[in-house]
Design a protein around this ligand. Structure first.
Ligand code: SF4
Length: 317
């Protein structure tokens, strides 16, 4: 059968990438209109005469374009916004955030996330999930199919609300080839544990018992890393915040890293706040630690390769 995705992947120049996006969106629109009998306008879907954003969006420069993500409203506070749309209509609304805590320096409330239009978008997406969960997950299913998604970060901001983990479980168990991950501060939730039990899903724990959150200054990250390693836990330090802009090979995207899809704990060096990790006296130490982690992977690869194991695995693919 004619495979549109195979054809498009052969033609990865910018023009074709733009065309690819347009074709995917047209497929999504067609499937939503046919299967759910709902009208779609660009990335928005009309339900009961109100427009809601589609659940999944393509990643930005940090995530990489091959990673799609969902998002809910961050913090555990009420977020309000006043947004004027293109037609000049003013929208004023407020909605409560989905996180069990509000983190210090939460990136979901700073920089681009502080624009009224972004807050409006996140409020409406959260309302779609809260008020129409069945439609929300049918839309997720359609987007995963029609946009040929391979990597999904379930939340770029926010955390699980009631029934959401079960909704993702029911969808993602039918898409075993999609790698999905997310982070949570919710503890002891059987639905989240069930979702995490899927082989293609990883839920990273953002709270480390006895310490606190999974991000902080260099000294904190080193302490937590040593503690988790000494307890034989699966832990990884994200390279974000340590990159050198003059050395493009050090720039990290989630599309070329599987840290979060493979580890129970992922530690983040504080960024997007006044703290500047590069001025910390422990910065060289943390960079060394991050590199040693990756070199360990390379050394292991070399060992497996010289033992003929890589060849054997590849010949069976
Ligand atoms: S560890 Fe890798 S996958 Fe996780 S946030 Fe950092 S770059 Fe992305």
């Amino acid at each position: 059968m004619f495979d549109i995705y195979a054809l498009l992947s052969l033609c990865k120049c910018q023009t074709f990438i733009e065309w690819e996006k347009k074709i995917m969106l047209a497929l999504t629109k067609k499937m939503i209109e046919t299967k759910l009998n709902l009208k779609v306008f660009g990335n928005w879907v009309m339900i009961d005469e109100t427009l809601y954003p589609l659940p999944l969006v393509q990643g930005n420069s940090k995530l990489g374009e091959s990673v799609y993500h969902g998002s809910t409203l961050p913090t555990n506070e009420t977020i309000t916004c006043e947004y004027t749309d293109k037609s000049g209509t003013i929208h004023k609304l407020s909605e409560s955030g989905t996180c069990p805590f509000t983190c210090k320096g939460c990136y979901g409330t700073t920089n681009n996330y502080n624009y009224e239009s972004t807050k409006y978008y996140l409020i409406m997406r959260t309302r779609l999930l809260k008020n129409y969960p069945d439609i929300y997950f049918q839309l997720v299913r359609i987007q995963l199919e029609s946009e040929n998604i391979e990597k999904l970060r379930i939340h770029a901001t926010g955390d699980f609300i009631k029934n959401e983990a079960m909704g993702y479980y029911n969808v993602l168990k039918d898409f075993p080839k999609i790698k999905a991950w997310t982070y949570t501060k919710v503890e002891n939730d059987s639905d989240i544990e069930l979702l995490d039990s899927l082989p293609n899903v990883n839920v990273v724990k953002s709270v480390i018992k006895g310490f606190g959150f999974n991000y902080g200054h260099c000294d904190y990250i080193m302490k937590v890393y040593e503690y988790l390693k000494s307890n034989n836990e699966s832990v990884f330090i994200c390279r974000c915040g340590t990159e050198d802009k003059n050395q493009p090979e050090t720039i990290q995207h989630c599309s070329n890293c599987d840290g979060c899809s493979n580890h129970k704990y992922v530690l983040f060096i504080e960024h997007s706040t006044k703290y500047n990790a590069k001025k910390d006296k422990l910065f060289p130490e943390i960079v060394k630690l991050i590199h040693s982690e990756r070199n360990l992977g390379k050394k292991m690869y070399k060992k497996l390769k010289s033992a003929g194991i890589i060849k054997m695995v590849l010949s069976n693919v």
